[in-house]
Design a protein around this ligand. Structure first.
Ligand SMILES: Cc1ncc(COP(=O)(O)O)c(C=O)c1O
Length: 386
C-alpha cells in the first residue's frame, strides 16, 4: 500500500518558530543545518501536549510515565526487537545518557572509540565522561561506508574500553548490517570492552533497508551493549528532553540502575508524554508519511545535485534526513558551508565539525519541503557558476 508523503509546514509559518533552526540566522538564509525537521507534529503528540498545557501539568516526571512500555511495543512493531520494559530507564537526552553510561563503564583517562565522520558532540561527550577519544574512521568502500573492524580490534587490543557507535550513522545515514554489529560485539567481548550504541535515528530507517538495533545483533551484543535512543529525532521533540537507556542483560541493567537518581530526574515531563504518544500505534501512520517524504527528498537531492552541482559526491542515505555531501571539487576550501552561508545564504552543517574526514564536506538537512530543498541547491548552484 503506498503511503502519502507528509507535507512540510509553509516556510512563513516555520519562521515563527523559536527554535535554533529558525533563530540562528536572519530570514534571508535558508536553514538546512541543525537536525530539526519542518513538519507539523504527529496529532497524538499535539493532543497529549495540549491537554498537559491546559491542565498546567508541567511538574516533574513520575518514575514510570508509560514510556518504557510504549517503547518496548514500538521496538517490537517496527524493528521486531523484544525489549524488556524493566530494562529501560529514562534521562534528559541521548547525549546525557551516553555520557552517564560512559562515565560508569570507564575510568578517567580510558580510551573510547568513535568512528568519524561522526556527530560532533561525540568528540565532547567522551571527555565530559572523563575518557579520551580514540578515532577509528569509517572506511569508504567506494559503494558505501563501513565500520573499520580491524581498526577497532587494534584499538581494543591496545586497551580502549568502549566503542561509541552511531547506529544508524550520522552524518552518512549508514545502517550497519547485523553481521557487522555482531562482529563488533565479538571484538568488544573478546577485549572485555562495551559498546554504547546511539540509536536516535533508528525510527528513521527506510523500509527498503534492514535495521538491526545493536542489542538485537547477537547474544553477545545483548550482553555487552547499551542502547540510547529517543523519539526526539523522528518526531522533532529535541526541546522536550526525554531519552531512553536500554539494556538487555542483567550486568548492563545493573550499571544503568546504579546511575544516580538525578540522571532520571532530569527527564522532561513533556518529553516523556510526547514520547509515549510518538511511540504509540496511533502515530505509526504519521511516521510512515514522514519516511515517504524523506524517501522522496533523499532521491530528489541526488537529482538536484546532478543538475546544479555536478561534481558533488553524495550517496543516498539508508536512514534519516541528513545528507553527507563532498564538495571538495568546488574550490571552497576545507569548510565549504562557510562560503555557502556567506555567499549563497544557505546554512548547512560544517563538515569539519564531524572530524577531519569532514574537510570539503557539508551536511544537508533534507527534512523539509522539497521546494525549500530545491531552492537551497539552486542557490548553491548559482554560487558555483559565479
Ligand atoms: C546521532 C545523534 N545523537 C544524539 C543527538 C542529540 O540527541 P539529544 O538531543 O537527545 O541529546 C543527535 C541529534 O541530532 C544525533 O544525531
Amino acid at each position: 500500500m503506498s503511503v502519502n508523503p507528509l507535507e512540510a509546514l509553509p516556510i512563513d509559518e516555520l519562521r515563527r518558530r523559536s527554535s535554533t533552526k529558525w533563530r540562528k540566522y536572519p530570514d534571508d538564509v535558508l536553514p538546512l543545518f541543525v537536525a530539526e525537521t519542518d513538519f507539523a507534529p504527529a496529532p497524538a503528540i499535539t493532543d497529549r501536549l495540549r491537554r498537559a498545557v491546559e491542565l498546567g501539568d508541567t511538574g516533574y516526571t513520575p518514575p514510570d510515565p508509560g514510556i518504557r512500555d510504549a517503547y518496548a511495543a514500538f521496538a517490537k512493531r517496527r524493528f521486531g526487537w523484544d525489549v524488556d520494559p524493566a530494562h529501560v530507564r529514562t534521562t534528559c537526552d541521548v547525549m546525557m545518557g551516553v555520557v552517564e553510561i560512559l562515565r560508569s563503564v570507564t575510568r578517567p583517562g580510558d580510551r573510547v572509540v568513535v568512528t568519524p565522520p561522526v556527530y560532533p558532540p561525540f568528540f565532547e561527550c567522551i571527555p565530559e565522561a572523563g575518557a579520551v577519544v580514540e578515532r577509528v574512521p569509517l572506511v569508504d568502500t567506494g559503494a558505501g561506508w563501513k565500520l573499520d573492524l580491524p581498526g577497532i580490534e587494534a584499538s581494543l587490543a591496545g586497551g580502549a574500553r568502549a566503542v561509541l557507535l552511531c547506529n544508524p550513522h550520522n552524518p552518512t545515514g549508514t545502517v550497519h548490517s547485523k553481521e557487522e554489529l555482531a562482529q563488533l560485539a565479538d571484538l568488544a567481548a573478546a577485549h572485555d570492552a562495551v559498546v554504547v550504541s546511539d540509536e536516535i535515528h533508528g525510527p528513521l530507517v527506510q523500509p527498503d533497508v534492514a535495521f538491526t538495533p545493536f542489542l538485537a545483533a547477537s547474544s553477545t551484543a545483548a550482553r555487552i551493549g547499551y542502547a540510547v535512543t529517543s523519539a526526539s529525532k523522528a518526531y522533532n521533540l529535541a526541546g522536550l528532553k526525554c531519552a531512553l537507556m536500554v539494556t538487555a542483560a542483567e550486568g548492563t541493567a545493573r550499571v544503568v540502575r546504579a546511575l544516580p537518581d538525578e540522571v532520571e530526574w532530569r527527564t522532561g515531563l513533556f518529553g516523556a508524554l510526547a514520547g509515549v504518544a510518538a511511540f504509540s500505534p496511533e502515530s505509526d501512520a504519521w511516521l510512515d508519511g514522514l519516511l515517504a517524504r524523506l524517501d522522496e527528498n533523499r532521491r530528489l537531492l541526488a537529482d538536484l545535485l546532478t543538475e546544479h552541482l555536478p561534481g558533488a559526491r553524495y550517496r543516498v542515505p539508508g536512514a534519516g534526513f541528513l545528507a553527507w555531501v563532498d564538495l571538495s571539487d568546488f574550490g571552497w576550501g576545507d569548510n565549504p558551508a562557510r562560503t555557502i552561508l556567506r555567499d549563497a545564504k544557505v546554512a548547512l552543517h560544517f563538515g569539519p565539525l564531524f572530524g577531519e574526514e569532514g574537510k570539503g564536506h557539508v551536511r544537508i538537512n533534507f527534512g523539509c519541503d522539497p521546494a525549500v530543498l530545491r531552492q537551497a541547491v539552486e542557490r548553491i548552484g548559482r554560487l558555483a557558476r559565479s
